[in-house]
Design a protein around this ligand. Sequence first.
Ligand code: MN
Length: 156
Amino acid sequence: MTSDKSEKQSARRAFRKDHRWDRVELHPYKDDGRAIFKDVTRQTLVSRPDIAGELRYFEVGPGGHSTLERHQHVHGVLILRGSGQALVGDEVMELQTNDLVTVPPMTWHQFRATEGEPLGFLCMVDAVRDKPQLPEPADLEQLRRNKQIARFLERK
Ligand code: MN
């Protein structure tokens, strides 16, 4: 028996309105002037030293978008709320609530919310992972050769 039993926290962290959970901090991404992302928040839902992965919840505000990036680590994504589009590799895809998206290693990816509502998604990753790479001008030029990708990237 521990002496400070009162500090023991429940295994349950209840779901609250606006896709918040008990005892989960909300981290707004601040615009840093480079406009690499727009209106994104992050909540880390599960992160423990005895699990090799992390589960996070991201929310992209209406019309917003995540960073266009690539990295060695893989994403397992479940759309939990709203709709939008994603670029994954050379594919631009429509996203609906409950769709699953896998992002393979070193694959350019970006998520965009529709204008009318936020896009919320769970994202599973390795707890220990490499830093995302941002596109160089030559990478963007390469991506834009695909007209569908060019249109996707042009949206503000
Ligand atoms: Mn990523």
